[in-house]
Design a protein around this ligand. Structure first.
Ligand code: FE2
Length: 421
């Protein structure tokens, strides 16, 4: 990490410095076998990376893939591979014709409402990604187009989300952490990336909290087997306490619990077309968490993790993980990709392809108290056409033509928006 990145992290972490020091002391005290534990986990990660590299060399795609029609007949071995990799491509959730129409609908929504001019005049700014090496992606802050709402509330999307939610262990002694069969809609944006674009990449990172993963009491429970319990028992898909984490408030940090991050391809896009990159190793986060507790890291540092920023892969401390990092396979319109909230991901720096690389971000946010609280904030924004409450308050869509309105909702859509039945 160069000095400026380190200084930036120190500045972002200044209000939380005491908590970081206290958490690190507490965690180090409760892990007497830290060194051996980290070495053991390093071997485990190395073994997984060896397999991933071998698969790539043999032309085997390390990101698991299923067709939408296979979701009801998946084998236990397939489930185990998906859980180990922490990601999945589900193909053909929607047919091409429908997705092509959605893609055209979103483009028309931008154009007929002069989106770009409005954005030039005054977009609100967030600096969530400001410590990443690459620049911001070309993401449009629209939330309520017909295409987005139709895709989010489609029955096929509900089936895919239910499948993904049920990969989690969602029941524990306290009851259900979330309801895997009912989703609360999370309104996110769209990416329309032009061929030749070189300004939109994102370095490898995770969302859903950075320093919180060490200092937040609920996150300490999420990672209880990493932070001193039985490391072998650590299961990234055990949902216990996952919906109780408290993120430090910040623009562009998701306030819902998303069981996965995900997008739906609006256009064909393969490696090289400015697409998503992933590290398909679900427990790599455990390794990053322990790495920051080793003796060579100052007491007030967490390997570059900075409050209110995406948590980045550090060249200095996490170079091992780069071995397994790579682009997802070719996606066709209507295919979807899903990755666990702990999975490192980013966007290719350059779009070298010939067509637009477009996606709608649609992620599962299963019903639970945390997600209901956000849904209650999101509903009035939807009714007025405001930006979704997690995002910069551009509010471009208030008077947009052809916006999706509450009366357009299906019964499933009403339920997903948190309206009474
Ligand atoms: Fe991200």
């Amino acid at each position: 990490m160069n000095l400026s990145a380190r200084e930036k992290a120190a500045e972002a972490n200044a209000p939380h410095r005491d908590k970081i020091i206290a958490a690190k002391r507490k965690l180090r005290a409760q892990i007497p076998d830290l060194k051996e534990r980290f070495e053991h986990l390093t071997r485990d990660i190395e073994n997984q990376l060896d397999v991933i590299e071998r698969e790539r060399a043999e032309g085997i795609e390390p990101v698991p893939q299923l067709d939408f029609n296979e979701l009801s007949t998946v084998s236990e071995a397939q489930i185990q591979r998906i859980k180990q990799r922490g990601c999945l491509v589900i193909r053909n959730v929607f047919d091409d014709e429908r997705v092509n129409a959605w893609n055209a609908d979103v483009a028309t929504y931008f154009e007929s409402n002069n989106y770009l001019e409005r954005q030039k005049k005054g977009a609100a700014v967030d600096n969530y990604f400001s410590t990443l090496a690459s620049d911001k992606p070309q993401i449009y802050g629209v939330f309520w187009s017909r295409a987005q709402m139709e895709a989010r509330t489609d029955p096929n999307m509900a089936i895919a989300k239910r499948f993904m939610n049920r990969l989690w262990k969602f029941e524990n002694l306290q009851g259900q952490e979330f309801n895997p069969d009912a989703d609360l809609l999370y309104a996110d944006r769209v990416r329309f990336r032009q061929p030749g674009d070189a300004s939109l990449g994102l370095s490898a990172h995770v969302d859903s909290g950075s320093i919180e993963r060490w200092i937040d009491p609920a996150y300490q429970q999420v990672y209880r087997e990493v932070f001193g319990g039985d490391l072998q028992a650590y299961d990234p898909f055990d949902a216990y306490q996952r919906t109780s984490t408290v993120e430090i408030p910040s623009p562009a940090v998701c306030r819902m619990f998303r069981s996965f991050q995900a997008w739906t391809a609006l256009t064909r896009q393969g490696p090289g077309d400015g697409t998503l990159q992933l590290l398909p190793v679900a427990n790599a986060m455990a390794w990053m968490l322990l790495r920051a507790l080793l003796d060579d890291i100052p007491e007030d540092e967490l390997c570059g993790a900075a409050a209110c920023r995406a948590m980045m892969l550090s060249d200095q401390y996490h170079s091992l993980l780069k071995r397994g990092y790579g682009s997802i396979p070719l996606m066709q319109p209507g295919d979807t990709v899903w990755w666990h909230p702990d999975v490192l991901h980013g966007v290719e720096d350059v779009h070298r392809g010939t067509g637009y690389s477009n996606v709608m971000y649609i992620a599962p946010a299963p019903d639970c108290a945390k997600n209901r609280a956000y849904s209650d904030l999101q509903r009035p924004a939807f009714e007025q056409g405001l930006s979704a409450p997690d995002f910069a308050p551009d509010n471009f869509e208030v008077d947009f033509k052809n916006r999706f309105l509450p009366e357009d909702l299906s019964p499933l859509g009403r339920q997903q928006m948190g309206y009474p039945a």
